[in-house]
Design a protein around this ligand. Structure first.
Ligand code: NAD
Length: 468
């Protein structure tokens, strides 16, 4: 049994779920496989109606679900409402978009008749992290179901409760199994799983990719990031921009894949930047119980996360914002800014996933791009400037899957924009049409012109295509 405590009051048990044994995983995947055949046989509009229905059911339950999510994850209530609201919007967006994206594409011309079909894979395995457990599962559930797949989700044992309730609101083949790495491995390695979608950290991603690779099962991987935020020399240090930047770092206590995790500022502006950052934190950053109105940052997720965050808080770290929390009764960490740390220190070179952020000075743009692009991770980035053209030119040189201009992460994320990392931050995309296409296989039916009924006899006939 997994008992989930409230990270803000760790003596309070929020709920529990049974661990799925390998036999239980096997039974659920087999059931999902049988259901998938019936589901895929339904007309696409009927499947999309089920998504729309689930969106309404989630919306109707949003108050209860958001409170449960805040209690199991330590995320502030407003962010939990935002996450669930986004899941509803995403479901509706997929329901509207799928007809066009999954439609057959046909051409009939002097080369012949060609039809591209979009077919489901079968059973999709989704393995997801704790930090946005509803939306990160929904990014897989909605397109997988729309395309005619069944899906089995294995959420993180650190946040299994809300996503289980949400999955129960679907009248469609979505199932949930529970546990840690062992349950994940039993699911991903199952012989009937035909597609894997993983979101999480590098180590888990490597293990899941290896298991999927062993079976030649295609996989989508969304992994960690160490996002740089680069202020150019003309970037205004205006209150609203600094407020956005502070929350782009400290939302979910810094435990967001695309949080601003390294800040780069021209050396000549470093003092002014630090003063503006501290002032912004005083305005917008309040650490405390996630259910209390006005709190903008809750605890970290676990005792292990609390210990690892404490290790980043070097003695010179500058405390940020208001701290209305007790680190002895909840996994709270006082948020901090570390000015000019050693660029080779783990706070700069690794994904800290904690409410401690470094700021480093730089001399010229080539040097800061080299620093920003250093390392294996290439998820997100941001560039801040008074001149949008200059920012876009600079942004082209980032090695990142997604670059923001004058914001980072929270504001302005658009469903039109495919999201995903480069380098070792992931394979594949979520959101947008690219994300929908991850859940279909393209099959082709082709009648070459030379062999169509009524065509002049040509023997084996000429080929319009190269051999191979
Ligand atoms: P994690 O990798 O520890 O766990 C993710 C999921 O994988 C969990 O369900 C876990 O139980 C499972 N898992 C872990 N090891 C496994 C194994 N060997 N075999 C099978 N399953 C395994 O990640 P986490 O701590 O839950 O989440 C934090 C990480 O996720 C961070 O690195 C963060 O950047 C990343 N993340 C990425 C995105 C994105 O879209 N790129 C979004 C959110 C979080």
């Amino acid at each position: 049994m997994i008992e989930r405590e409230n990270p803000a009051r760790f003596e309070e048990i929020v709920g529990s779920v049974p661990v799925s044994t390998p036999d239980a995983v096997d039974e659920i995947v087999r059931r999902a496989d049988a259901e998938q055949r019936r589901w895929a046989a339904l007309p696409l509009p009927d499947r999309l109606a089920a998504l729309t229905h689930a969106a309404a059911a989630i919306e109707n339950a949003i108050d209860d679900l958001a409170t449960l999510l805040a209690r199991e994850s330590g995320k502030v209530l407003a962010d939990c409402r935002g996450e669930l609201g986004f899941a509803v919007r995403f479901l509706r967006w997929v329901a509207g978009r799928a007809i066009g994206v999954y439609a057959d594409q046909a051409v009939d011309d002097d080369l012949g008749r060609l039809v591209h079909l979009r077919k489901p894979y079968g059973v999709v395995a989704a393995v997801t992290p704790w930090n946005a457990p509803v939306i990160l599962a929904m990014l897989k559930i909605a397109p997988a179901l729309a395309a005619g797949n069944a899906i089995v989700v294995k959420p993180s044992p650190l946040a299994p409760l809300t996503i289980s309730r949400v999955a129960g609101l679907f009248d469609a083949p979505v199932r949930v199994v529970h546990g840690g790495a062992e349950t994940g491995a039993a699911l991903v390695g199952h012989e009937l799983v035909r597609k894997v979608a993983f979101t999480g950290g590098t180590a888990g991603g490597r293990a899941v990719a290896a298991l999927a690779g062993d079976r030649l099962t295609p996989s989508v991987l969304e992994l960690g990031g160490n996002d740089p935020a680069v202020f150019l020399d003309d970037a205004p240090l205006a209150d609203d921009a600094m407020d956005r930047l502070v929350m782009a770092t400290f939302a979910t206590s810094g435990q967001v894949c695309m949080a601003a995790k390294r800040l780069y500022v021209p050396e000549a502006r470093l003092d002014d930047f630090v003063a503006a950052y501290l002032a912004a934190a005083d305005r917008v950053l309040v650490t405390g119980d996630p259910l209390v109105p006005g709190v903008t940052m809750g605890p970290v997720i676990s005792a292990a996360a609390q210990r690892s965050a404490a290790a980043f808080r070097v003695p010179a770290a500058l405390d940020l914002g208001r701290f209305d929390a007790d680190p002895d009764t909840g996994y709270f960490v006082r948020p901090a800014l570390v000015v000019s740390p050693d660029p080779a220190s783990p706070l700069v070179t690794t994904e800290q996933f904690a409410p401690v952020v470094p700021v480093l000075g730089y001399r010229d743009e080539n040097a800061v791009l080299t620093a920003a692009n250093t390392g294996d991770l290439g998820l997100g980035a941001s560039v801040w400037s008074a001149d949008e053209e200059r920012a876009f030119e600079f942004a082209r040189r980032f090695e990142a899957g997604f670059t923001f201009v004058n914001t980072h992460n929270r504001t302005g994320m658009s469903l039109r924009a495919p999201f995903g990392g480069v380098k070792r931050s992931g394979w594949g995309r979520e959101y947008a049409d690219e994300g929908l296409l991850e859940y279909v296989q393209t099959c082709v039916i082709h009648a070459p012109a030379a062999f169509r009924p009524g065509a002049a006899p040509t023997g084996t006939g000429p080929s319009a295509y190269p051999a191979g």
